[in-house]
Design a protein around this ligand. Structure first.
Ligand code: FMN
Length: 268
């Protein structure tokens, strides 16, 4: 099915911790039965001409961390590379990622290894490569707050200055462009979908909570845009050039399987 749709690779998700996926013995549940994991993966590899890759977690729980063995089974199945989210299924999206397991996987396989977990700044990206030897990096929640991370990390990894973080004006104009794109696809519902994104774009900025409260009551994209423009004016006339505190680099917390997919705007 994917082959005819223009995709370049087919990535098998053996990291999903969501209850309804686990109940079907899929996602991270596959990490508990390596024979089955190898049979399923081999069947997919044989069925398609696209390169097949896989994303895993480090294990079911911390006591049963088995990522190196899992990657060996994937290697035997013929996948082209693996991504390791350095948390166990039981940890969902909480706690610090265990980068040392990425390093152990890298040492135990010839496959390219993509590291994932807790990369929130360009410096984190560099440190992950230095500490684990991984071949590439996947960024999750860090990109919600900071979509500029990719460009800045790329510069740092090339040995250049990553440059300054995005200004409040860039953040707001990007939020408005994002809103326009979403409105073109979803109409007025974009106002609801944008709530969580607005919260991320203004994370750490001066008086963001009042903006977030107001955005939560908007029912059209035009209303959200007006509020964002007014907020920018307020920021730029604020006593301390826009932001009262440094932009928090921390990624937003994700409530995992029970979180509301649309979220709402809550000032972090
Ligand atoms: C809202 C949300 C949705 C996600 N959806 C997927 C998904 O569909 N497939 C996937 O492989 N990982 C998914 N993930 C996991 C991320 O790709 C990533 O592995 C995880 O967030 C850890 O990286 P981080 O610490 O940089 O956020 C999702 C994470 C979040 C927060």
């Amino acid at each position: 099915m994917c082959e005819g749709m223009g995709f370049d690779t087919l990535d098998l998700n053996y990291g999903c911790p969501v209850r309804k996926v686990i109940a079907r013995e899929a996602g991270a549940a596959m990490l508990t039965d390596l024979d089955r994991l190898q049979r399923v993966t081999t069947a997919v590899v044989n069925a398609v001409s696209l390169p097949v890759t896989a994303k895993i977690r480090i294990g079911w729980d911390r006591e049963s961390t088995n990522a190196p063995e899992v990657v060996k089974a994937l290697e035997r199945s013929g996948v082209q590379w693996v991504t390791v989210h350095a948390r166990a299924r039981s940890e969902k999206f909480t706690g610090q990622a265990h980068w040392e397991v990425i390093a152990a996987v890298k040492q135990s396989t010839t496959l390219p290894v993509i590291g994932n977990g807790d990369v929130k700044t360009p410096e984190d990206a560099l440190r992950m490569i230095q500490e684990t030897g991984c071949d590439g990096i996947m960024v999750g929640r860090g990109s919600f707050v900071n979509p500029w991370l990719f460009e800045r990390a790329h510069r740092l990894l090339n040995g250049d200055d990553p440059g300054p973080d995005a200004t409040p004006r860039t953040r707001i104009s990007t939020a408005i462009a994002h809103l326009h794109d979403l409105a073109a696809k979803k109409g007025d519902y974009a106002a609801v979908l944008m709530r969580k994104h607005v919260a991320w774009y203004v994370r750490g900025l001066y008086d963001n909570s009042s903006l977030c409260r107001e955005v939560n009551h908007c029912s059209t994209p035009a209303e959200v845009e007006t509020l964002l423009n007014r907020y920018l004016e307020r920021l730029e006339s604020a006593p301390v050039a826009g932001d009262s505190e440094p932009l928090a680099p921390a990624a937003p917390e994700w409530g995992g399987e029970d979180a509301d997919a649309h979220g709402s705007c809550a000032a972090p």
